[in-house]
Design a protein around this ligand. Structure first.
Ligand SMILES: [Zn+2]
Length: 164
């Protein structure tokens, strides 16, 4: 796994692991208390209002059920609802992530990496990722292949900050 992809996308608290969209933005003044967003109170993160909603999900107690939901339908940044399997060799079997979903993940990954200060050759990213997937790699390894071939320049993480 490419280190930059690991650090800035898969292990990042502000990126949805399921669709690779930014679901949280860094606060300008993290020391201030904010009470409304259940899972980000007292944190330095605020939810990204463009890509998330606050909603209720399954929980033991009603008061615990409120969460921040990404537009893709998962709660939190470490939930993934697809299986990261290699492409099945048998062409009659379908992968959990189909070609169209994979293309969307490629685009979202390029967008989030650029958003975080990585300059990429987008064509190289897409072609190497699609090739790796075509050759049967799992989704994360394919994205990793794209990343390794596409990085032009790495700047310090340029997070978008909010004053809210
Ligand atoms: Zn998502």
């Amino acid at each position: 796994m490419h280190e930059i992809l690991q650090k800035r996308v898969f292990n990042a608290p502000d990126v949805c692991l399921n669709c690779h969209r930014r679901i949280r933005v860094e606060r300008n003044r993290p020391e201030r208390q904010y009470s409304t967003d259940a899972s980000t109170s007292e944190s330095k993160w605020a939810r990204n209002r463009k890509t998330t909603t606050v909603a209720y999900g399954p929980a033991d107690a009603v008061s615990d059920a409120k969460g921040i939901w990404c537009d893709c339908g998962v709660e939190g940044s470490y939930v993934r609802i697809w299986d990261d399997e290699p492409l099945p060799e048998d062409e009659n079997k379908t992968a959990d992530v189909n070609a169209e979903q994979f293309r969307r993940l490629v685009q979202a990954t390029i967008r989030i990496l650029e958003d975080k200060g990585i300059t990429l050759d987008r064509q190289a990213f897409a072609s190497h990722a699609l090739q790796a997937r075509h050759d049967g790699d799992c989704v994360t390894e394919s994205l990793s292949a794209g990343t390794s071939h596409a990085i032009v320049r790495v700047s310090e993480a340029s997070r978008k900050r909010v004053t809210a």
